[in-house]
Design a protein around this ligand. Structure first.
Ligand code: TMP
Length: 223
């Protein structure tokens, strides 16, 4: 059985990834393409516990290296438990964030550098690479404002606190943004950059186009 397709979604907080991943999953469903949806951090029972520590703004004083190590602990678990088995079963895996997030947030935002992140990826993730990465970069200010509003609302409604990253200064997110652009420039074959203030439908159309191209390519390679 041919290996499935590994698709990741990336972007700043509030870039609309969650909406788009749902739309893409519905599109795959309509085309009867077997798939799973997962996210990082999280997506496994152990990962959900790691997510809680990482995103809760009461986790004060978490050292940047410890933060990065936990992102990779979560990822190694998700690969073993969810991603690799699904790919081996021939499924399409839609993953909300992957190692590009660590490179952008810890490598760029926390200024730990790309090299450390890529080296850890090689050691801990068996160098698993996405076949396609959809990088959403709408307007910087609008994304952040949306993420901060949403976290405030979720906390009011559920008491769940996931605002540790959104509480960072704008300068942190500028470095994240810059690193994402660097990754897109370095790996144009893998990364489809979708930028600017587009409507939800327009972003979805671009995503479907990029995914369809990759599906055709995978079919040709399997022949
Ligand atoms: P999200 O799941 O709502 O997108 O939030 C996850 C947060 O964690 C987001 O602020 C980005 C951050 N993050 C990192 O800093 N490094 C990582 O490797 C991952 C996967 C997420």
């Amino acid at each position: 059985m041919p290996r499935g397709l590994f698709i990741t979604l990336e972007g700043l907080d509030g870039s609309g990834k969650t909406t788009q991943i749902k739309r893409l999953a519905a599109w795959l469903e309509r085309h009867r393409l077997p798939h799973i949806v997962t996210r990082q951090p999280g997506g496994t029972a152990i990962g959900d516990r790691i997510r809680q520590i990482l995103l809760d703004s009461r986790s004060t004083g978490l050292a940047p290296m410890a933060e990065m190590a936990m992102m990779f602990a979560d990822r190694a678990q998700a690969i073993a438990e969810v991603i690799q088995p699904a790919l081996e079963a021939g499924r399409i895996v839609l993953c909300d964030r992957f190692t590009d997030s660590t490179e952008a947030y810890q490598g760029g935002g926390r200024e730990l550098g790309s090299q450390t992140v890529l080296e850890l990826h090689r050691l801990l993730c068996g160098a698993l690479q996405p076949d396609l990465t959809l990088l959403l970069l709408p307007g910087f200010e609008a994304s952040l404002a949306r993420a901060r509003r949403r976290n405030h609302r979720v906390e009011q409604q559920t008491g769940q606190n996931e605002g540790r990253f959104e509480a960072e200064q704008d300068a942190f997110f500028r470095r994240v943004w810059q690193k994402y652009r660097e990754i897109a420039a370095r790996e144009p074959e893998r990364v489809a950059l979708i930028e600017g203030d587009l409507s939800i439908d327009e972003v979805h159309e671009q995503i479907v186009e990029a995914v369809s191209e990759r599906l055709v390519l995978a079919e040709l390679q399997a022949e």
